[in-house]
Design a protein around this ligand. Structure first.
Ligand code: FAD
Length: 391
C-alpha cells in the first residue's frame, strides 16, 4: 500500500477493506489487546507555539474551533509518524485506533435535550468495550467515504490537512468532547449543538453539527481520539485541587462534565466542584438530568447553580449574566498567593470567556496557542492566572 493510500484510508477518503485494515493495524503496531497505558503515560501535548499554515488571503471567514480541530489531527498524525519511525508500538485507547487514525463507529441512539442539542451515542464494534475517555480530552470527527463532507475551498477556515493536498477536497474535521459516562459499555457519547446560519448573512448553517444531527441510526462517523493539546485541554489528576469552580456557557459545559464525571466517580475523590451554568432560557440547559443526578448522588462534593439570562416567570434560580458578584456569592474566595489548591475553569463562547477571564493567547485566525493573561471578573475578584484554566 502506498503512503498516499494509507493517508486516504486514515482520512476517510478511501474505505478500508478488512484486509487493508489488518495491514494498517500491523503497520501501526496495534496490539490485539489494546490498552490505554501509552496514552495515559504520554499525553499528546503539542508545542503550544506551533502555528497552523492558514491560507488567510483566500479565506473570508475564520473560526478558531476548526483550526483547533485541524491542529489536533495534524498533531496526532505527526506523533504517530514519529512513533512509527522510532519503531515504537503505539497503543490505542479501548475501541479506538490510536490517535492519528479514524475509527468508524455507527450511530446507535440519539437523546435530544432540546430542538438544537442532543446526545449521540456511537457503538463500538466490540459491544464489550468500556470507553472511559482520557481526561481531559477531545475527539475529532470526520465523515465517511459513503457520505462525505468537504470544506468549500477558499471559503472556509482551513489549514490544509497535509502538505501536497492543498488543491484536493478537504474533509471537514471538527472537535467534539467525549462525554461517555464512566464505565458505560459499548458506546462513545458526544453532545452536539446544531449551529444555525448566522442571522442576516448568506452563510450556510454549520457543516458538521448539522450533518451529525441528520445522521440516521446505523450510519457511520469517523472518530479520532482521545486527543489532548493545550490550551483547551488540561491534564487531570484526582484530588489535585481542594475546590474547583466551573463557569460554563451553553454547550461549553461538555469538557467540564467530562472532568466532573471522572472525578466524582472515583471513590477517593475529595475535590468539591461547583458549576455556575449560564444559559439563555431554561430550555437551553443541556445535560440537566445528568447534573441533577450528580447533585443527588454526591451532595457533599457537587453543586450546580443555573443562571439564565432570559428566565421564565417564577424562576427561582439565578438570572442575568455570570459576573464577579455572582461568582463571589457562590465560589470559595481565591486562595492567597499562588496556592494551587483551588482552580476555576471557564468554558463557553468567546465573549463569555473574555468577560470572565480575558481572551486566550493567539487569535481566531491561526488558533489559540496559550491561556493568555488573566483579565475580567476573575482578575477583579483576585484570582491569579495559575488558578484559572480557560477551555
Ligand atoms: C476542543 C473542542 C471541543 C469541542 N466540543 C464540542 C462539543 O462537545 N459539542 C459541540 O456542540 N461543539 C463542540 N465544539 C465546537 C465544534 O468543534 C464545532 O466548531 C461546532 O460544532 C461548529 O461546527 P460546524 O461544522 O457545525 O459549523 P461550521 O461549518 O464550522 O460553522 C460555524 C458557524 O459559522 C457560520 N459560517 C459558515 N460559513 C461562514 C462564513 N463564510 N462566514 C461567517 N460565518 C460562517 C455557520 O453558519 C455556523 O454558524 C468543540 C470545539 C473544540 C475546539
Amino acid at each position: 500500500m502506498s503512503e498516499k493510500e494509507v493517508e486516504q484510508l486514515c482520512t476517510g477518503k478511501l474505505q478500508a477493506t478488512p484486509e487493508q485494515h489488518d495491514v494498517i493495524s500491523k503497520a501501526l503496531g496495534l496490539p490485539s489487546d489494546a490498552s490505554d497505558t501509552v496514552c495515559l503515560g504520554r499525553p499528546l501535548h503539542g508545542n503550544p507555539r506551533e502555528r497552523a499554515h492558514v491560507r488567510s488571503d483566500k479565506i473570508p471567514h475564520h473560526h478558531h474551533d476548526n483550526i483547533d480541530a485541524t491542529h489536533l489531527v495534524r498533531h496526532a498524525r505527526a506523533r504517530h509518524a514519529e512513533a512509527l519511525k522510532a519503531g515504537r508500538t503505539i497503543v490505542a485507547h479501548q475501541g479506538l485506533n490510536p490517535p492519528g487514525v479514524f475509527t468508524w463507529l455507527r450511530l446507535k441512539t440519539v437523546f435530544p435535550y432540546n430542538d438544537d442539542t442532543a446526545r449521540f451515542d456511537f457503538a463500538f464494534e466490540d459491544p464489550e468495550v468500556i470507553s472511559n475517555p482520557l481526561v481531559s480530552s477531545t475527539c475529532v470527527v470526520s465523515a465517511p467515504e459513503e457520505k462525505p463532507l468537504y470544506e468549500e475551498p477558499g471559503t472556509r477556515p482551513i489549514c490544509p490537512p497535509d502538505d501536497g493536498d492543498e488543491d484536493g477536497p478537504i474533509p471537514v474535521y471538527r472537535a467534539y468532547t467525549p462525554v461517555t459516562k464512566r464505565d458505560s459499555v459499548g458506546i462513545l457519547s458526544l453532545v452536539i449543538k446544531k449551529q444555525p446560519a448566522p442571522p442576516d448573512t448568506p452563510y450556510p448553517p454549520g457543516k458538521m453539527s448539522n450533518y451529525i444531527h441528520a445522521l440516521q441510526i446505523g450510519e457511520r462517523l469517523g472518530i479520532m481520539g482521545y486527543l489532548q493539546r493545550p490550551p483547551s485541554m488540561i491534564p487531570w489528576e484526582i484530588n489535585q485541587y481542594d475546590a474547583v469552580t466551573m463557569i460554563a456557557g451553553g454547550v461549553g459545559i461538555t469538557p467540564l462534565i467530562q472532568i466532573i464525571d471522572y472525578s466524582l466517580h472515583d471513590p477517593s475523590n475529595s475535590t468539591k466542584f461547583l458549576i455556575l451554568n449560564g444559559n439563555s432560557t431554561e430550555n437551553d440547559i443541556i445535560m440537566r438530568d445528568e447534573l441533577e443526578s450528580f447533585q443527588q448522588k454526591y451532595p457533599a462534593n457537587f453543586e450546580v447553580v443555573n443562571v439564565l439570562s432570559r428566565p421564565p416567570e417564577g424562576w427561582t434560580g439565578e438570572s442575568g449574566r455570570i459576573d464577579a458578584d455572582l461568582i463571589k456569592k457562590y465560589a470559595p474566595p481565591p486562595p492567597a498567593g499562588l496556592g494551587l489548591n483551588a482552580l476555576v475553569c471557564v468554558s463557553g463562547p468567546p465573549a463569555m470567556l473574555e468577560s470572565i477571564a480575558g481572551p486566550r493567547e493567539g487569535d481566531r485566525y491561526n488558533g489559540y496557542t496559550g491561556q493568555g493573561e488573566l483579565r475580567g471578573a476573575l482578575k477583579e475578584i483576585g484570582y491569579t492566572a495559575e488558578q484559572v484554566h480557560k477551555f
